[in-house]
Design a protein around this ligand. Structure first.
Ligand SMILES: C[S@@+](CC[C@H](N)C(=O)[O-])C[C@H]1O[C@@H](n2cnc3c(N)ncnc32)[C@H](O)[C@@H]1O
Length: 209
């Protein structure tokens, strides 16, 4: 269910589009933890970020059903691409079913496996990295992707408010603790500029100086 504010925003931004709307609905009907999918508002934001910096090479950690990958891909030029990494092989057929329908399928390169193992094998330098996999491992992802982001490039980290649990001192589950460590690490990293967007579940935008 959407809040009145979300419904208002959705009706005043670009539409989600027929394919993404179907993917969103199908994810909700067929899969558990469908809330992980970025959704209409954040999806349009990710596309816009990609446009704003004319990104050509994007890396995503955590594909889930491919919703955010498809949003990024909409803004990529014909010679651009997004690598998206997913370790849950039960999702592979579902992801590929929807990738096959996408007009941007040639720009999306799905890599199945653990992001921590795959990142060191990638030789490209990225304009943008979207960190959206296991919340306990955000610090490791950050350290692994940092050298692969170009100077002047961006990292976006999703769920950094974690439904407000970050601020709740009684919460000590591993995901919340992982995100606290990550937020503190980024806050004290002088190699980057950072802002927090308090939309949805918190999105940290990190600029590599
Ligand atoms: C929040 S969902 C991604 C949502 C997607 N980016 C979107 O916005 O629609 C997180 C995904 O990361 C995957 N994941 C968790 N740990 C991972 C790892 N170490 N390597 C690759 N994928 C991982 C999970 O299986 C899950 O599908």
């Amino acid at each position: 269910m959407f809040t009145a504010e979300e419904l208002y925003i959705q009706s005043h931004i670009d539409p989600e589009g027929e394919l993404l709307s179907r993917l969103n609905r199908d994810t909700n009907v067929k899969l558990v933890r469908s809330r992980m999918l970025s959704g209409h508002i954040q999806g349009r934001m990710l596309k816009m970020f990609c446009r704003m910096i004319n990104a050509k090479k994007v890396l995503e950690l955590g594909t889930f059903t491919g919703y955010s990958s498809q949003c990024f891909a909409e803004a990529l030029p014909d010679d651009g691409f997004i690598y998206t990494i997913e370790e849950n092989d039960e999702l592979e057929d579902f992801i590929n079913e929807y990738l096959a329908l996408s007009p941007n399928k040639d720009k999306i390169r799905l890599l199945m496996g653990d992001a921590k193992k795959i990142i060191p094998t990638l030789e490209d330098e990225f304009d943008m990295v979207f960190i959206d996999a296991d919340k306990r491992e955000y610090c490791e992802y950050y350290n692994l992707v940092f050298p692969k982001v170009r100077k002047g490039g961006f990292m976006l980290a999703d769920n950094t408010l974690w439904s407000g649990k970050i601020l709740d001192e009684s919460e000590h589950d591993p995901q919340t603790e992982g995100l606290r460590r990550f937020n503190d690490m980024v806050a004290s990293d002088e190699r980057v500029e950072k802002v927090f967007v308090p939309s949805r579940d918190g999105l940290t935008i990190i600029y590599k100086k």
